[in-house]
Ligand binder design. Structure first.
Ligand code: 4AD
Ligand code: MG
Length: 464
């Protein structure tokens, strides 16, 4: 049996002098004197290392030489009071097994600091650094908080499909899923590819959003949410875009836009507080290393209601602020990230919910307002990041929706089932999508979205 009931975390929290136990982990550093070696052991269960003391007379010199930075070991020993500062206990090693043939000299993660860019090149090893250990522990707790929030409020978790036939957003930036021979595909008479011969008998893609299918579930189970991977082939090589990212999409029957905003605000506050309560030492480390205002920003979000303005009010502020923007500000244009950042970071200095966008720049399914010009959309903008949430009240009126579908040139036949949800037992309903990695940027203070996911997928990059 290899598994040990003990971890570095459990030992540092509750270990008592005199206990004898086994730990498995990786050597962060080793230093030594003539008589003993001090090994800093980390197993990823918490930020801190456990100090393991190996008396040189007890261990083979060759073995101790190999137990250097990067090596993986299993060590059995007795906990003793730690004379050094900080930790209550350390381990006096009695037996050490070395896994593999440690090659300390060529191990890329030496003790010196490495740049985040360099660590992206060795994404298979970067979880063993302090920074990425912290990030992946926080990512876990954030995912857990999300499930807890919805579960505690009577939402059901549904899994929407990854492969879809329809393009939910009409965005046309999807990854195709096909088994046809790329060099020699079957063709129609007009020369186009005949997808009827493809695996699904129709053109198929990776989903950009689970929303449309989440609506199926909400119109039966009332309150549901999805939490899954989504894919976008947009060629945005920015610090905020991934080609594969995770999205949380709640969908609620009998919720209007205001209910939707209220839910989203308390949801974000809950998740962020949960991290504060569960990841203290990781947050403190990230604050020290990367973002001096991290904890301040987190507290601000928890303690202050988000500002709420309409798109028309936002345009008004931007037109009259005296600031020069690269992209023109005009009613009807989409807000660019420079505009969003001005609103959030300069004007309000707070998270902002912008509602009621022009219908021309939003998706077909958003509920039309009576003014004939705007739709019941909401975007939530965060300081330092920009858009973290996009959502809306959905158009539940069959004829209005049908007209919107036609207006946008979407094939009605592709959406027959979505339209039928409005024919049979339609209900007012709303929902939103939270970009998981965008929220991760906020709670970790990291500046690049490639650094909050295990193996980032971006244009020209699907390594690891
Ligand atoms: O605003 P979006 O496109 O909204 C939707 O997909 C709706 N169907 C959601 C819904 O109402 N159920 O995307 C939602 C969020 C954005 O606000 C952003 O946080 C994130 O997804 N996002 C991305 N995150 C990382 N990389 C990308 N390329 C992203 N595109 C969107
Ligand atoms: Mg959006």
């Amino acid at each position: 049996m290899l598994a040990s009931p003990h971890t570095v975390e459990s030992v540092l929290k509750t270990g008592k002098p005199g206990e004898s136990l086994t730990l498995n982990g990786w050597v962060r550093t080793k230093r030594g004197s003539k008589a003993v070696s001090f090994i800093a052991l980390n197993d990823g269960t918490c930020f801190d290392n456990l100090q393991v003391v190996a008396d040189l007379e007890k261990f083979d010199e060759e073995l101790l030489k190999k137990i250097a930075t990067g090596a993986c070991i299993s060590v059995t020993g007795t906990l003793v009071e730690s004379p050094g500062s900080g930790q209550a206990v350390e381990m006096q090693a009695e037996n050490i097994a070395l896994w593999g043939e440690a090659d300390a000299e060529t191990y890329p993660l030496q003790k010196k600091g490495h740049t985040l860019e360099f660590l992206r090149e060795i994404a298979h090893l970067r979880p063993r650094t302090n920074t990425f250990g912290a990030i992946f522990r926080i990512r876990h707790h954030l995912a857990f908080a999300i499930h807890k929030f919805f579960n505690d409020r009577g939402f059901y978790y549904v899994n929407t499909p990854i492969i879809t036939g329809s393009d939910a957003e009409g965005a046309g930036e999807m990854f195709r899923v096909s088994v046809l021979d790329a060099k020699n595909p079957p063709l129609n008479e007009d020369g186009s590819v005949n997808f009827e011969e493809d695996f699904f008998g129709a053109e198929s893609n990776l989903t950009v959003s689970g929303q449309l299918q989440a609506e199926i579930a909400a119109l039966a189970l009332s309150k549901v949410y999805t939490f899954g991977p989504t894919f976008r082939a947009e060629n945005s090589n920015t610090a905020r875009h991934l080609a594969e990212f995770w999205m949380i999409e709640p969908e609620m029957a009998f919720y209007d836009l205001e209910d939707n905003m209220n839910l989203c605000e308390s949801f974000l506050q809950f998740c962020v507080s949960h991290i504060l309560g569960h990841c203290k030492s990781d947050l403190e480390f990230l604050q020290k290393m990367y973002e001096p205002t991290l904890l301040e920003r987190i507290h601000f979000v928890i303690n202050n209601p988000f500002k709420r303005i309409t798109y028309t009010e936002a345009i008004d502020i931007l037109e009259n602020c005296g600031q020069k923007f690269e992209f023109p500000v005009a009613w009807g244009n989409d807000l660019q990230s420079e505009h969003e950042r001005y609103l959030v970071e300069k004007h309000f200095n707070s998270p902002v919910i912008v509602t009621d966008y022009p219908k021309g720049i939003k998706a077909f399914y958003m509920r039309a307002n009576d003014d004939g010009k705007t739709v019941r959309a909401m975007d939530i903008l965060f300081p330092g990041i920009g858009e973290v949430v996009g959502g809306s009240q959905r158009e539940e009126r069959y004829s209005v929706l049908l007209e919107r579908v036609k207006e946008q040139g979407i094939h009605e036949e592709d959406l027959w089932w979505y339209l039928e949800l409005r024919k049979f037992g339609t209900a007012p309903h709303s929902g939103f999508g939270l970009g998981f990695e965008r929220l991760m940027l906020f709670v970790t203070g990291m500046g690049n979205i490639r650094d909050v996911i295990l193996a980032p997928r971006t244009p020209k990059n699907a390594k690891f």
